[in-house]
Ligand binder design. Structure first.
Ligand code: HEC
Ligand code: HEC
Length: 110
């Protein structure tokens, strides 16, 4: 009983901690940083959102491909949810500035 339980517990622990190692997501579940400069696409206004020139909607019923805007961002097919329209409210432009302190953003997930 105990000899089977220990390997199972180790596998479960490994699976639970796995997302913490996702390379392009410094904080699990957080909006990813924008990996390219954004100045040329700002400001975002009601009349014009240049991010949508390149970033397309994830099709319904299909896995999201890189660069596609997840279904979570849509109120209905073809209709971005209002609170997701201003992309820069959540997606920060990436920066190569040095971290101010050695912070492990996923500490709570370990
Ligand atoms: C000229 C085309 C273009 C425009 C305009 C553009 N992007 Fe991008 N964006 C890209 C490309 C190309 C990538 C890299 C996709 C990849 O990793 O294969 C990318 C990546 C991203 C990612 C990471 C996507 C992922 O799946 O991990 C985010 C977030 C993002 N862009 C946000 C924005 C925001 C916000 C704007 C508007 C301020 C914007 N982009 C405007 C081309 C564009
Ligand atoms: C209210 C905050 C918020 C706004 C505004 C927002 N996003 Fe996101 N975005 C997120 C979160 C959180 C995720 C992580 C996955 C999810 O929730 O669907 C995400 C995921 C993404 C992804 C997939 C890559 C990843 O980070 O996992 C892309 C591409 C993306 N958003 C593009 C956009 C674009 C383009 C806009 C503007 C039209 C936008 N987002 C507006 C919060 C936001």
């Amino acid at each position: 009983m105990t000899s089977q339980f220990i390997p199972a517990a180790l596998i479960a622990a490994a699976l639970i901690s796995a997302p913490a190692f996702a390379a392009d997501q410094p904080i699990v579940g957080a909006p990813s940083p924008v990996p390219h400069p954004v100045a040329a696409y700002l400001p975002i206004t009601i009349a014009q959102n240049k991010c949508l020139v390149c970033h397309r909607e994830q099709p319904e019923g299909a896995a999201r491909r890189k660069g596609e805007i997840p279904r979570s961002h849509y109120a209905a097919p073809g209709q971005l949810a209002g609170e997701r329209f201003e992309c820069m409210l959540c997606h920060a432009e990436s920066s190569d500035a040095k971290p101010l302190a050695p912070v492990d953003a996923n500490e709570a997930a370990h």
